[in-house]
Design a binder for this molecule. Structure first.
Ligand code: TMP
Length: 222
């Protein structure tokens, strides 16, 4: 259990897995129920982090060193954890983040080959040990996820990371799944091929249970 009165929820997964839609839907549901809640994202979540995001996703920055990339994600995370996540959790709010530390473990540790353990150690520095209470891993074959992106916005709209080769994205998925096996109590793995409504139902059930445990139960009748 977290050391804060609030509840920290993260969404993770490969490109096109539908996590941002689910994060938004959860925000709206909790708001409608009168639960104090913030939705944020990484990279980003603070003014500095949003500028770092632009650098990271800019397709002009081809050939960026893997270490440079990792430290930029970590820089965004350090700001986000200290300025947004921890204060809101201390105030007893629910914080939803569209990606967090697990993304660096999967993308930079797995995709870029820097090694999950190295990235985990650096995450610890960036976050001062803040961890999600629950992480929804929307699991999907990256080929299908990238297809969804192309269907949604066309081949030329991919950002720098989305443009990586399929093998990169396969490694990302594998490391996400490894993380979920290492921490089964924190991760909820959801089959992202399910309908939006089916995924939402799984997310709602898990979040309601946690809110109940924390005495933050919503006004909604089941
Ligand atoms: P998004 O697709 O969730 O907006 O995230 C932006 C991209 O950044 C996505 O391709 C995943 C990537 N990413 C990493 O490579 N490492 C990280 O630590 C984070 C947070 C995101």
């Amino acid at each position: 259990m977290s050391r804060y009165p609030g509840l920290f929820i993260t969404f993770e997964g490969v490109e096109g897995c539908g996590k941002s839609t689910q994060a938004q839907a959860l925000l709206e549901r909790l708001r409608a129920d009168g639960v104090p809640v913030t939705l944020s994202r990484e990279p980003g979540g603070t003014p500095l982090g949003e500028r770092v995001r632009e650098i990271l996703l800019d397709t002009g920055h081809t050939g960026m060193e893997a270490a440079t990339e990792l430290f930029l994600y970590l820089a965004s995370r350090a700001e986000h954890a200290a300025k947004v996540i921890v204060p809101r959790l201390e105030a007893g709010e629910v914080v939803i983040s569209d990606r967090f530390s697990d993304a660096s473990v999967a993308y930079q540790g797995g995709g870029r080959g820097l090694g999950p353990a190295t990235v985990e150690a650096l995450n610890q520095v960036a976050t001062k040990g803040v961890k999600p209470d629950v992480t929804f891993l929307m699991d999907l074959d990256p080929e299908e996820g990238l297809d969804r992106l192309v269907r949604g916005r066309g081949e030329h709209a991919r950002d720098r990371i989305e443009s990586e080769v399929l093998d990169f994205h396969r490694r990302v998925r594998e490391v996400y799944l490894e993380s979920s096996r290492r921490e089964p109590a924190r991760f909820v793995v959801i089959d992202a091929r399910l309908s939006r409504e089916e995924v939402e139902a799984q997310v709602t059930a898990a979040v309601d249970e946690l809110l109940g445990e924390r005495g933050m139960r919503t006004g909604r009748t089941p």
